[in-house]
Design a protein around this ligand. Sequence first.
Ligand code: NAP
Length: 314
Amino acid sequence: MRNEVLVKIKAVSLNYLDGIVANGSFNDKLEFPYIPASDGSGIVAEIGPDVTQWKIGDHVAIQYVQKWTKGAITKESNSIRVAWQTPGVMAEYVCIPEYGLVKSPGNLSFEEAATLPIAAVTAWHALINQAHLQLGQTVLTQGTGGVSLFALQIAQAAGARVIATTSSDEKAARLKQLGATAVINYNNYPDWHQQVLTLTNGEGVDITLDIAGTATIGQSLLSVKENGFVGTAGFITGTSLPLDIHAHKINMSFLRIQGLAVGSAESFTALNRAIEVADIHPVIDSVFTMEQVRDAYQLLERGKYFGKIVITVP
Ligand SMILES: NC(=O)c1ccc[n+]([C@@H]2O[C@H](COP(=O)([O-])OP(=O)(O)OC[C@H]3O[C@@H](n4cnc5c(N)ncnc54)[C@H](OP(=O)(O)O)[C@@H]3O)[C@@H](O)[C@H]2O)c1
């Protein structure tokens, strides 16, 4: 097509979503042949005659919600997601409309840039555009997946204090190394929101991104202070939200529950500027080759990773 860009993909990264697509629990009507993976980075190899934004050799990353170029989401801009309504990017070359790409941050490798499209843009859009994170606020991150580690890094760069939860003392130590001021092992403290209150003089945090859905949303709400922000990022333990307006202080504390579904290309571009200025480097657990894709998916399924899983494309 005249407005399309041919991108030589150099790296892709896996998300929680890729695991549930592969095991059939996300979409049991998946049509084959299917090309997986939504997150990727690469080099512009060719451009169509109407392309004005890109030139051959540019380093680009894939915009997941393809038509969401800027502003608030609309029905039209929400209509095309990579590896859902279009083929995925686990390929040597992909053809993408010019509006469906962003310039990769200059300080990142292809492997690092490939981790950004879903997890980092979700964390950025939630914290900066939706929650309007301010210097000096406190953010609670949950677990050590892609969204939460990017939330930690972005919150820190924005001058916020980070409290984190995780499942093991080993991961807790790594979170502290990354700069979390306090870490709660939720296996040791099933009522972890009480620990959050203790760590904040009984007040609660300003912002949290709920990662696990059914099992955690109530505690997420009880962890935030008045006017607090709870982004419903994930659904690892289920998609239904068992909430009570009074018990979870939704009305009395003027809490905000915000749905999240990644972000616009404008958000992604702003994120990339911040990544360059603050020299943020994504946390990568492992890098696999295309021959090792099965190993990469098995690692995703086992859940024994800290940060992103990346696959390089020859
Ligand atoms: N709404 C959106 O825009 C959006 C965008 C991206 C992802 N998501 C969703 O957000 C969730 C996380 O995605 P991701 O890609 O960041 O996942 P991920 O990289 O696969 O990481 C998942 C992490 O969640 C943590 N976890 C598991 N059970 C938990 C629990 N009960 N409480 C707290 N943490 C728990 C684990 O870390 P620990 O072992 O350290 O606890 C695990 O490593 C998924 O449901 C995904 O579909 C939503």
